[in-house]
Write a protein that binds this ligand. Structure first.
Ligand SMILES: NC(=O)c1ccc[n+]([C@@H]2O[C@H](COP(=O)([O-])OP(=O)(O)OC[C@H]3O[C@@H](n4cnc5c(N)ncnc54)[C@H](O)[C@@H]3O)[C@@H](O)[C@H]2O)c1
Length: 357
């Protein structure tokens, strides 16, 4: 692989920034030229080994002075669009966190600017790195399950309901745009699309705020204005029905993301907490058990498949910039997920199905 020199900078020094840094700044030939975050550096959550990089508080200053080839946008959602657009204006490729933007208009503006600039844009749909998700995609693409008949997807967490979890930007709709829908729902929307290769055609959904207020770290109460849970029903291309449910206030669930789908010949299940395994019943040879065996057998992802996996996100963009053929999640994929987030909101307002254009 090429190790051509590549200058790299990051907006946001919070929790996810270290993931970008570990996967991008550590690649051969990559130089970390700047970190930009307006918060006091004592609150930065990045690993100490990156702390020597030049620090900035003003985005434009960092871009002007460091001239990066690639920029990661790891800030709260409200700033994704403005920082991605700024980075593109300064000639950088962009690896942006999810959800891509606060609205469909912002997401489309990002994709238009990216195309006009002739740069690459990645959205960090991180579950695309999971071996079982990628193996499931291959099984579906090879038609080993036959024509797809049904899909069910859940993504459940409990952290938001815990009193010890303080109020944060994620609970403020003016900064986060969405709650569980934008935080977890986008992973579900992208995950189903990624594994099945199908596109959403229409959707009807509901979201709720089950926790009306939360205390911040000082004990001051704030209204929660982002959704804590949501459910939606979609029709995908070919008439396949998919049901979805997400919650960040489901007691007992840490981080449970599961996609189940059935085709004419079989059913498969992938779960993010068992990334090396999937539950798979495929092919006529197993149907004789169907009358008495109800549990899907658990199967290991083949060692050979697992061994050859390279992370597509966010690391894949470096290989793509250097000319390798990479199947990473693009800004166009982000726009698709964003359209669905907007459509679920529209459906809630109209109490009707929304057609996805
Ligand atoms: N892909 C994933 O699985 C995944 C996981 C966690 C978070 N995320 C996403 O990553 C983003 C950040 O989440 P986090 O958990 O790191 O949040 P965080 O609160 O830990 O960190 C955000 C950082 O951004 C900084 N910031 C705020 N405004 C800024 C600006 N204008 N310019 C530069 N920095 C700014 C804050 O000071 C803070 O240090 C969110 O969009 C979130 O949805 C994605």
């Amino acid at each position: 692989m090429s190790t051509a020199p590549l200058r790299y900078a990051v907006f946001g020094a919070g929790g996810i920034a270290t993931v970008h840094l570990d996967m991008i700044a550590t690649q051969p030939g990559v130089t970390l030229v700047g970190l930009c975050d307006p918060a006091d550096p004592s609150t930065w959550r990045i690993q100490k080994n990156y702390a020597d990089a030049p620090r900035f508080t003003d985005p434009a200053t960092m871009l002007r002075e460091t001239k990066p080839d690639l920029v990661s946008v790891c800030t709260p959602n409200k700033y994704h669009a403005e920082l991605a657009l700024l980075a593109l204006q300064h000639g950088a490729h962009v690896a942006c966190e999810k959800p891509m933007a606060m609205s469909m208009a912002e997401a489309e503006a990002m994709e238009t600017a990216r195309a006009q600039a002739g740069k690459l844009g990645l959205i960090n749909f991180s579950y695309r790195n999971i071996a079982s998700f990628r193996f499931a995609r291959e099984i579906v693409a090879r038609c080993e399950l036959g024509r797809l008949l049904r899909i069910n997807c859940v993504y459940l967490q409990s952290f938001l309901g815990a009193p010890a979890q303080p109020y944060a930007w994620r609970n403020d709709v003016s900064i986060a745009g969405f709650g569980a829908l934008g935080d977890l729902g986008v992973h579900m929307l992208d995950g189903v699309r990624f594994i099945t290769g199908l596109e959403y055609e229409r959707v009807v959904g509901l979201a709720q705020i089950l926790i009306p207020e939360k205390a911040d770290a000082t004990g001051k109460m704030h209204p929660v204005t982002t959704d804590t849970n949501a459910a939606w029903l979609s029709e995908l291309s070919g008439g396949v029905i998919a049901s979805f449910e997400t919650s960040q206030v489901a007691p007992g669930y840490g981080n449970f993301f599961r996609i189940e789908l059935s085709g004419e010949h079989g059913t498969l299940v992938v779960q993010s907490d068992t990334p090396d395994d999937l539950w798979l019943h495929a092919g006529a040879s197993l149907t004789r058990y169907a009358t008495w065996k109800t549990d899907l057998p658990k199967q290991a992802v083949p060692t050979e498949f697992f061994r050859n996996l390279k992370p597509t996100t966010p690391a894949g963009i470096v290989r793509a910039i250097r000319g390798e053929v990479e199947d990473f999640p693009t800004f166009a994929d982000g726009v698709r997920a964003q359209r669905m987030l907007g459509a679920i909101g529209e459906s809630m307002q109209s109490r009707a199905w929304v057609t996805i254009g």
